[in-house]
Design a protein around this ligand. Structure first.
Ligand SMILES: Cc1ncc(COP(=O)(O)O)c(C=O)c1O
Length: 449
C-alpha cells in the first residue's frame, strides 16, 4: 500500500490558498525605535522606511520611554527568562505586582496573567465551561477564534446568539433550565468591524438569568476608560461583569493576557486551567514592562486624547474623500474592499508605490466578500503621515471600484455583508468563525439563537 504523501498534501493545500488569493505573505519589518510609527523593510533588495498603519500597538506604548526603562531595569536585575511555570519557579515579583495592578485597575478582588490573550480566552473558557457541572455556554456569533476554541474544547452545550443582540441572548437564556450554570461570552470591541457591544443590555440579560458573564476587552484595555480599564470602565459597568479578559500586547504595547474577577473564581482558574498551569511564565522584564504601561495609562490621558484626535481626524478625511469606511466610533477604521485579490494588490501597491504598510485582511480573518484594509492610527502618526495615507488611498482606490458602506459595489452591482458569516449568507463561510478556523460545535453543532 502507498504511504501517505505528506509533502503533496501540504503543497496542495498551500496551492489552494494561492489560487484563492489568500495565501498570507509576511513582510519582515524592522520596527526600530524611530520617533514615529516607522519600520524598515527590504523591497527589491533595498532597505526602505515605511509608515505602519495597521499595528494594534494602539497607543504606541511598545516604545514609550517609561515602558522601555522598566523593561531594561528588570532585564538587568532578573535576567531574560522566568525559570519555569508559575508552580515551579515562575511566580516572580513583577508578575505578582502586575496582577495586583490589574485587579486594582478593574476594581476586582483578583487577576491572573497568561502568556497571551489567546491563551487566556482558550484556557479560561475551556476550564469554566467544562468544570461547572452541566454548564451551558452562550456565545456571540462574532466571537474571536480564541474564545470559540476554548468553548469548543470544553464540550459544553453551546448556544450561539446573534451578534450584539441582547434580545436573541434573552430568548436563548429563557429556554435554558434555570438550575443549570450558564456562561455568557462576548467581546466589548470587535476588532475587524470596530463595532462596540451593547454592554449594559447584554450584562443585564445575563444577570437576570443568573449567568456568569465573560467579557473580552482585548482591544479596549489601555485605550478606553478614564484609567485605561476598557469599555466596561468607560461605561461604569465593571461591577456588572463577572470575568473581564484583557490583553497586554495591544493597547498596553507589550505581550500577554489576563483575567480579573472575584477571588474564588480566579483562584479556581489558577488551580485548574492547563493553559496557566503547564507553561513557562512571562519573563520578569515583560511583566515589568506591562506593569509600567498599565500604571502609566491609569494616570496619563495624553495618549488616549491624542489617539482620539488622530482617529477622528482620519475618519473625517477618509469619509470626505468618499472612501468606503465602515461606520465605527472606536479606534479601528476598516475600509471595505470586498475581494481578496484586490485587497492584497492594494496593500502591495501601498507598500511599493507609497511606502505605506497596511496588511490586507482577507478570508479567513474576515468572511469572503468582506475583505478590507484595517487602519489603526496611533498617537505617533502626524498630520503629514495622515495626508500621505489619504492621498495614496484616493489614488489607488478609484471611485468606480469603491464598495459603499452597505457593502454594495456600484460598478459590479454586487452586495456583500460585512459582519459574521451568518449575516453574509455565503455558504463558503459556513462552519467557520470569522478567523476561518473550523468550529463544528460552535458553528454547526451548536444551536443558533
Ligand atoms: C478579541 C480578541 N481576543 C483575543 C485575542 C488574542 O490576543 P493576543 O494577541 O494577546 O493573543 C485577539 C487577537 O487579536 C482578539 O482580537
Amino acid at each position: 500500500m502507498d504511504r501517505f504523501d505528506y509533502e503533496a498534501f501540504f503543497e496542495d493545500t498551500l496551492g489552494q490558498l494561492h489560487r484563492e488569493a489568500r495565501y498570507r505573505s509576511f513582510h519582515p519589518l524592522g520596527r526600530e525605535l524611530a520617533p514615529g510609527p516607522v519600520a524598515f523593510t527590504t523591497l527589491g533588495g533595498r532597505r526602505r522606511a515605511v509608515t505602519v498603519w495597521c499595528s494594534n500597538d494602539y497607543l504606541g506604548m511598545s516604545r514609550h520611554p517609561v515602558v522601555l526603562e522598566a523593561s531594561r531595569l528588570a532585564l538587568a536585575r532578573y535576567g531574560a527568562g522566568a525559570g519555569g511555570t508559575r508552580n515551579i519557579a515562575g511566580t516572580h515579583e513583577p508578575i505578582v505586582a502586575l496582577e495586583a495592578e490589574l485587579a486594582a485597575l478593574h476594581g476586582k478582588q483578583a487577576a491572573l496573567v497568561f502568556s497571551s490573550g489567546y491563551v487566556a480566552n482558550d484556557t479560561v473558557l475551556a476550564t469554566l465551561a467544562a468544570r461547572l457541572p452541566g454548564c451551558i455556554v452562550f456565545s456571540d456569533a462574532d466571537n474571536h477564534a480564541s474564545m470559540i476554541e476554548g468553548i469548543r474544547r470544553s464540550r459544553a452545550t453551546t448556544r450561539v446568539f446573534a451578534h450584539n443582540d441582547p434580545l436573541a441572548l434573552d430568548a436563548a437564556l429563557s429556554q435554558a433550565d434555570p438550575a443549570r450554570p450558564k456562561l455568557v461570552a462576548f467581546e466589548s470591541l470587535y476588532s475587524m468591524n470596530g463595532d462596540i457591544a451593547p454592554l449594559r443590555e447584554l450584562l443585564a440579560v445575563a444577570r437576570r438569568h443568573g449567568a456568569l458573564s465573560y467579557v473580552d476587552e482585548t482591544h479596549a484595555v489601555g485605550v478606553h476608560g478614564p484609567q485605561g480599564g476598557g469599555l466596561l470602565e468607560a461605561h461604569r459597568l465593571l461591577d456588572q461583569a463577572d470575568i473581564v479578559q484583557g490583553g497586554l500586547g495591544k493597547g498596553f504595547g507589550v505581550v500577554g493576557g489576563f483575567i480579573t474577577g472575584r477571588r474564588a473564581l480566579v483562584d479556581f482558574v489558577r488551580s485548574h486551567a492547563p493553559g496557566f498551569i503547564f507553561t513557562t511564565a512571562l519573563p520578569p522584564a515583560v511583566a515589568a514592562a506591562a506593569l509600567a504601561s498599565v500604571r502609566h495609562l491609569r494616570r496619563s490621558q495624553t495618549e488616549r486624547l491624542t489617539l482620539r484626535r488622530r482617529v477622528d481626524g482620519l475618519r473625517t478625511r477618509l469619509t470626505a474623500a468618499g472612501l468606503p469606511l465602515l461606520p465605527t466610533t472606536a479606534q479601528i477604521l476598516p475600509l471595505l474592499i470586498g475581494d481578496s485579490a484586490r485587497c492584497s494588490k492594494l496593500s502591495e501597491r501601498l507598500l511599493r508605490e507609497h511606502s505605506l504598510y497596511l496588511q490586507p485582511i482577507n478570508y479567513p480573518t474576515v468572511p469572503r466578500g468582506a475583505e478590507r484594509l484595517r487602519i489603526t492610527p496611533s498617537p505617533l502618526h502626524d498630520e503629514t503621515m495622515t495626508d500621505a495615507l489619504v492621498e495614496a488611498l484616493v489614488v489607488i482606490v478609484p471611485p468606480e471600484s469603491r464598495l459603499r458602506r452597505d457593502g454594495v459595489c456600484p460598478s459590479a452591482a454586487t452586495s456583500v455583508g460585512v459582519g459574521s458569516s451568518e449575516r453574509l449568507g455565503n455558504p463558503e463561510n459556513a462552519g467557520r468563525d470569522q478567523h476561518g478556523v473550523e468550529h463544528p460545535d460552535h458553528d454547526q453543532g451548536a444551536v443558533h439563537a
